[in-house]
Design a protein around this ligand. Structure first.
Ligand SMILES: NC(=O)c1ccc[n+]([C@@H]2O[C@H](COP(=O)([O-])OP(=O)(O)OC[C@H]3O[C@@H](n4cnc5c(N)ncnc54)[C@H](OP(=O)(O)O)[C@@H]3O)[C@@H](O)[C@H]2O)c1
Length: 295
């Protein structure tokens, strides 16, 4: 893989940016956009059982002609999965592997802690997740939408700690997400973000509008070409060593996203300004059921 990668706690590498098949493509055939993403340089693909389109990833990979080793594939356990008698986590992942057309995923995530938090089975679920690594079906395992208390419940029992926690992360959830981010950093859990462009795509009219424009203007001069406000938001994540999970239907946007890593750094004053103003708003968009009101 030629893309810049981060090293996970188990020594495996993960590309800094991933192409998602949820949100805009939820429940739809995403093979065209995924094929376009691979053709234009994405190597990291982010799927989920609940998106109901894992076959799209398989079809796009097949059409791309890429070698399996050149790609990093993530999928996520259905939030409807339970540890009830007769249910098998292994069989669940095997179902995904069949749809994707591969014999392993690079990363398998618990999509939501909610059901397991409610009945106290997070540690038991995690033991089953560890079995998937031992069986060779997942190279790395991790979690998504986990709060501090959920991470602590898993870490207390884990012999393989979660490699990744994929969470909604942008300045308009920073007030709530900072404690999760800090715990992940302290425990060697790599944070991945989704909805990172939210202040631009869903939060216009907020206190960051002018600040992001000003920073994009300053960076455009230093970079010698246009830097967008979306790239400023992605750069904020990159400088926190957070993986960017994004998506698009447009080839030109793919180039914009992949170039974010090359944009000159935000200054510490710019980062402080983004965070001081970001925390004035709390605008969570996804997985609200896993967080209390105001979290
Ligand atoms: N773990 C979880 O619970 C969870 C939850 C949500 C999402 N995810 C994952 O994260 C992936 C990405 O999520 P996201 O969609 O929230 O990512 P995002 O990076 O915040 O937003 C990407 C979307 O923004 C649009 N966009 C980009 N720049 C824009 C601009 N300047 N103006 C207007 N629209 C613009 C793109 O549309 P265009 O097609 O127009 O470019 C695209 O649909 C999902 O596909 C999924 O894989 C995971």
């Amino acid at each position: 893989m030629s893309t810049k990668t981060y090293t996970l706690s188990n020594g495996k590498h993960i590309p800094w940016i991933g192409f998602g098949t949820g949100t805009a493509f939820y429940g739809q055939d995403a093979s065209g956009p995924v094929k376009q993403a691979i053709a234009n340089g994405f190597t990291h693909l982010d799927g989920a059982q609940s998106y109901d389109n894992e076959e799209s990833i398989g079809a796009a990979i097949k059409a791309s002609g890429k070698q399996r080793l050149d790609l990093f594939i993530t999928t996520k356990l259905s939030p409807n999965f339970t540890l009830a008698p007769g249910e098998s986590l292994k069989a669940s992942l095997e179902g995904s592997l069949k749809k994707i057309g591969t014999d392993y995923v690079d990363l398998f995530l618990v999509h939501s802690p909610l059901a397991f938090r409610k009945d106290g089975t997070l540690p038991a679920l995690w033991v089953a997740m560890e079995g998937l690594v031992k069986d060779g079906l997942a190279r790395s395992i991790g979690v998504s939408n986990f709060k501090v208390e959920d991470l602590e419940a898993v870490l207390a029992e884990a012999s393989i700690p979660p490699a990744v926690n994929q969470i909604e992360l942008h300045p308009y959830v920073w007030r709530s997400a900072k404690s999760i981010y800090d715990l992940c950093k302290a425990k060697g859990i790599t944070v991945a973000s989704y909805n990172g462009l939210s202040p631009l795509t869903k939060g216009k009219g907020g206190p960051l509008d002018g600040i992001l424009e000003d920073i994009a203007g300053r960076l455009s001069k230093d970079y010698g070409k246009t830097v967008t406000t979306g790239q400023v938001l992605q750069k904020w994540l990159i400088q926190k060593e957070v993986i960017v999970i994004t998506t698009t239907s447009k080839a030109e946007r793919i180039h914009e996203y992949l170039d974010a890593i090359n944009v000159p750094d935000l200054t510490s004053d710019e980062i402080a300004k983004i965070e001081e103003n970001g925390v004035k708003v709390l605008k969570r968009v996804y997985m609200k059921n896993a967080f209390a009101e105001g979290e």
